[in-house]
Design a protein around this ligand. Sequence first.
Ligand code: PMP
Length: 349
Amino acid sequence: MDKKFWSEKAKRIKPYVAGEQPKFDDIIKLNTNESPFPPSPKAIEAFYNTNAADMRLYPDTNAQIVREAAAFADGVKPENIFVGNGSDDVLAMTFMALFDGEVKTPDVTYSFYTVWASLLGVDLKEIPLNDDLTIPVEKFFGGSCIIANPNAPTGLMLSLEDIEKIAANADGPVVIDEAYVAFGAETAAVLIDKYPNLLVVRTLSKAHGLAGLRMGYAIGCEDLIGALYAVKDSFNSYPTDRAAQNMAAAALYDVEYNKATVERVCRIRDNTAEELRKMGFSVTDSKTNFLFITHPAISAEELMKKLRDKAIIVRRLSNPRTSNYLRMSMGTEEQMERVLAEIRNILEG
Ligand code: PMP
């Protein structure tokens, strides 16, 4: 590509590389933190009940039924909710709507943050994690920041108290990306009335088993939500479609199904972590639907390759500080049993 007719902006960007979606059969796909379980039957029913003939009409521009459902699920008002096409879309709007100048983030975190920052001219300041991969809370005091809680790919969480300290000591927007919060951390959504600078970002891709739907939302005071809608309406006024809005609303109302699914994933995670520790792995105390693991006797690269030979796909992130770690999403009970058996075989040579 000679990029001859590319804009200067397009020439400058270094796009995010998403985990692969392999096309071959019978794989155990543990590389993009999807749910191993289907979404709520009520969401599936809502899809089939969507009137396809209505697709001639544009969808509700603000996805009001999703705002109401998310407000119900999170105990806030619909005015506190912004809806987007997956949380990546919500986060991109957030970078445009809330960030000027310097914004702090951990040096090991969701790597899309650096992509939006460079695209949009935000000066992302990377704060090194402590040696044990935890977040140095005080270093986030002052200014603006974006923090994934729990953090990805480490899986480690900050307490609600620490998040509150960061929000209280900031003098700009504080964005908490809660993609994995359902798997064991506490949500900061309870603090939005107290901190008008606090924005919480959520996705339906993980706990709700709807990664293919592309639905995410933000929770914040009406003023922050207004900024997000202003940017959205300057970019794409219909980011979510009719079927997706119906499915998302049904999924959000089905609190019981979500709770049971999340508990099941957490049980699988804790059992898998225990078995991996017995095999000599160092495993972070993950509060997510994935484990972040490293072993003294085999490199992450080699283990990843050997697992791939057995049709088990995991992910190694490029950050040099954690390049000897693998991130392994949780599969079903049966899948994880097979994965553990294959790892045992690999370690035994
Ligand atoms: N935030 C974090 C921390 C993530 O790991 C992901 C998933 N890649 C996302 C946001 C984006 O999720 P989605 O766009 O599917 O909502």
